[in-house]
Design a protein around this ligand. Structure first.
Ligand code: ASP
Ligand code: MG
Length: 410
């Protein structure tokens, strides 16, 4: 008998009919002789609606109250799913995050899991119940309810799978897996049968849809994650530890795994700041204090003791970031602050890049041939990212997708 953890996303639980169909899928897994723990997200757009409701009441909803409010979305879906299973004749029990033994730190709205005590879950499984856990939530040591950040049910599911030592975590959603690129931008994107944690992490951080924290957890605890559609039985994509698979002696798969795109990008340039020690620190510290993360950073070689500093932030943070930077620039006696938000981030991702050459040059040549200007460049071990004009993003992504042999055959 295997222990399976399944997670169902909000788009798979949008109404009563969908919940009944999810219950039938859970029942099938149970009939196949498995013990089943299910993690559910809130139904449909419930979380967005609750956020909107809170914002219509208060400009700054209290974070503690907000978390209790948002946690109710998942409580609704886990109780209803348990009821659906019971009416199919199965034993099922719903548990809140707290009842499931998930403790977190106190960062309301963005809490991190601090401990897992799956004793209650084990008891219920042993007594023959299917256990339905409310995703996206936990409880502090002071028994205050917290939420784990948007898309946090993925994290709940993988954390539970790891704590219960499940063979794998199955994540059911409204798409049938992970693609080589965003199919809306690149029509010839293909579904991947499998992908390594590292590549997935780079893709997830760059636009694709799994919560990156859940991928990190899967990697740390070596828990494979299957992403598949809840609407049909197509096989999905298995995210797992890739090292052995790709690095067989004699067959190093020398490839790009996918193209990541992200339009939540804006650029800030501080012109002619004095080139002396401490300038970058005094600029970036206040941004960090405001919780604004800075991404690609370029500092020009200085001419006559002055230099330009350019960096990107999330477009959704631009307003706040600009305020902070203008203030600091004034204090530093620096020059003008210029911003642009019509940009996008375009990356090639692949563990094949770790020990091979020619990827960067091929990427740049492909973009040059397509007459696409590169504004900034940054790299990690398995990723090369270019900042380009948003208007050219789709064309650029398609060109790279073809150049790196990722296109679905016509
Ligand atoms: N319901 C939460 C959200 O929409 C958590 C989740 O779906 O995973 O972000
Ligand atoms: Mg959701």
């Amino acid at each position: 008998m295997a222990l399976v953890v399944q997670k169902y996303g909000g788009s798979s639980l949008a109404d009563a009919e969908q919940i009944k169909s999810v219950a039938r899928r859970i029942a099938r897994t149970c009939d196949a002789g498995n013990q089943v723990v299910v993690v559910v997200s809130a139904m449909g757009d419930t979380t967005d609606e609750l956020i909107e409701l809170a914002n219509s009441i208060s400009n700054h909803p209290d974070p503690r109250e907000m978390d209790v409010l948002l946690s109710t979305g998942e409580l609704v879906s886990c109780t209803i799913t348990a009821m659906a299973l019971r009416s199919l004749g199965y034993r099922a029990i719903s548990l809140s995050g707290a009842q499931a033994g998930i403790t977190t730190n106190t960062s309301h709205g963005q809490a991190q899991i601090a401990g897992m005590n799956p004793e209650r879950i084990m008891e219920e499984l042993t007594s023959g119940d299917i256990v339905i856990v409310a995703g996206f939530q936990g409880v502090t040591p002071e028994m205050d309810v917290t939420t784990l950040g948007r898309g946090g049910s993925d994290t709940t599911a993988v954390a539970l799978a790891a704590a219960l030592r499940a063979a794998r975590c199955e994540v059911y959603t409204d798409v049938d897996g992970i693609y080589t690129a965003d199919p809306r931008r690149v029509p010839r994107a293909q579904k991947l049968d499998e992908i390594g944690f590292e590549e997935m992490l780079e893709l997830a951080s760059y636009g694709a849809k799994m919560n990156p924290r859940s991928i990190e957890l899967g990697m740390v605890y070596d828990t494979p994650i299957l992403v598949a559609s809840s609407f049909d039985d197509t096989p999905g994509t298995l995210i797992h530890g890739e090292a052995d698979m790709n690095r067989d002696v004699g067959e190093i798969r020398n490839r790009v795994g996918g193209i990541a795109t992200d339009t939540n990008v804006a650029k800030i340039t501080v012109l002619s700041v004095r080139d002396r020690p401490g300038i970058a620190a005094s600029l970036f510290e206040p941004l960090a204090d405001q919780g604004i993360s800075v991404d690609v950073i370029v500092q020009n070689a200085s001419v006559g003791g002055a230099t330009d500093l350019t960096f990107t932030v999330k477009r959704t943070d631009l307003g706040r970031a600009q305020q902070v930077v203008e203030e600091v620039a004034r204090e530093l006696g620096g020059g003008e602050v210029v911003t642009a938000s019509d940009l996008a981030k375009l990356s090639i991702v692949g563990t094949g890049m770790l020990d091979a050459t020619g990827y960067a040059s091929k990427m740049f040549r492909t973009l040059a041939d397509a007459k696409i200007n590169i504004e900034m460049i940054t790299t990690s071990e398995i990723r090369i990212t270019c900042i380009v004009a948003e208007a050219q993003l789709d064309r650029a992504a398609r060109a790279l997708h073809s150049a790196f042999d990722l296109d679905k055959p016509e």
